[in-house]
Design a protein around this ligand. Structure first.
Ligand code: AMP
Length: 353
């Protein structure tokens, strides 16, 4: 990557991302910080992103996401001095090998993608960070309580289900196998179902300022687990309506300030473990997904090492980002700001991998 970077004109970098997920936020933030922007877009979505031409300087149009790593597209990105921002859909769309191997500088920690692709490796990292997590089970372990069965890949909770016993786990998995949602039982992770309220913390680690910022918090709005509470309990029970966890949007949240101390502590622990195990460690945005119970215990059931869609709530800044920046600072803009600072101090290699 350092070879590719050497050929770059650092005074003329552009910010590129796949046109999806949080791309509009990323382009908006990049523009505010004075960067050119590149939308990598599939043909069917081009019309939509053309509505935001004022945020996009170049379009690279693909027949399908699989074309991202083709020589032609990589050369084009390099000729635009492009720095790629990986968002929550990046690996899901282009596949792990392309995501990890692309010869374009990435604003973020490339090494983390492989860890993120493995649910067990992910939870192990959290555990070694000293962050509390739910109990974990494999398919044949003895299940003692309510559990959630999670299928691999970032498909927004599709196919997840809850179960009360090994029999229910196996029954649910057989169904998903026949629907083609999984290839084998080994792919799934089973977690203790945490009772409490969900809260998703958005962080930004700045290698330039050497600090962890809490940029926002959100709640995911999920169908139909969030819809079931609109029905009387007896109806849910009589019709055996089981919750599903398909994400349809995000809702803003501010936390009791006393919880915020723990949130920041977890963020710092996460940065430390990645520095130790995946040097140089996480760069830029990451998210810890938690459930907070009625004794204020915060357990983290999942993380994302990239910008999450919940940050789209705060394109004009969040109640937390104002505390650090005193100006509208989205996560997209914060990424561009970090790159700008790295260029200013002559240390781009600290933020690009
Ligand atoms: P995930 O794919 O890990 O982000 O999970 C999707 C959704 O499933 C979350 O947003 C939660 O609503 C729910 N969920 C996942 N893991 C747990 C857990 N251990 N306990 C309770 N709810 C969970």
């Amino acid at each position: 990557m350092s070879e590719v970077l050497r050929s770059y004109d650092l005074s003329n970098l552009s910010i590129a991302t796949l046109a999806s997920h949080s791309a509009l936020q990323i382009f908006h933030g990049a523009k505010l910080e004075g960067f050119k922007t590149v939308a990598i877009v599939t043909k069917d979505r081009l019309w939509f992103y053309e509505n935001f031409k004022h945020l996009i300087d170049h379009f690279i149009v693909l027949d399908g996401w699989g074309r991202l790593c083709s020589e032609e597209v990589v050369k084009k990105l390099q000729s635009l001095n492009a720095v790629l921002i990986p968002h929550g859909s990046y690996v899901e769309y282009v596949g792990l090998d392309c995501a990890e191997g692309i010869e374009v500088p990435i604003l973020g920690l490339r090494k983390l993608f492989r860890v993120e692709a493995d649910q067990w490796a992910k939870m192990g990292l959290l555990q070694r960070a000293g962050i509390p997590i739910p109990k974990l089970y494999r398919v044949n372990d003895l299940i003692d309580g309510l559990v959630i069965v999670k299928l691999p890949g970032a498909k927004g909770g599709r196919g997840y289900f809850i179960a009360r016993s090994n029999e229910e786990v196996v029954e649910g998995l057989k169904k998903r196998l026949s629907e083609g949602l999984i290839k084998s039982f080994d792919e799934v992770m089973i977690q203790e179902y945490l009772i409490g309220v969900p809260a998703y913390f958005h962080y930004f680690y700045s290698p330039i300022l050497n600090r962890v910022e809490v940029l926002g918090v959100d709640i995911r709005y999920e169908s139909n687990v969030d819809g079931l509470k609109r029905l009387p309990y007896e109806v849910v029970s009589e019709f055996k309506l089981n919750p599903t966890f398909v994400v349809v949007g995000n809702i803003p949240l501010v936390l009791r300030e006393s919880i915020l101390t723990k949130v920041l502590e977890y963020g710092i622990k996460f940065v430390e473990v990645t520095k130790k195990e995946l040097p140089p460690g996480v760069i830029g945005p990451f998210c810890l997904e938690s459930v907070i119970d009625d004794s204020m215990e915060v357990k983290v059931f999942e993380f994302s090492g990239r910008i999450v869609a919940g940050t789209n709530l705060y394109i004009n800044g969040s109640p937390y980002s104002y505390l650090y920046w005193d100006e509208p600072m989205s996560t997209g803009r914060r990424l561009a700001r970090e790159l700008k600072l790295a260029i200013k101090y002559g240390v781009v290699e600290k933020v690009l991998t």
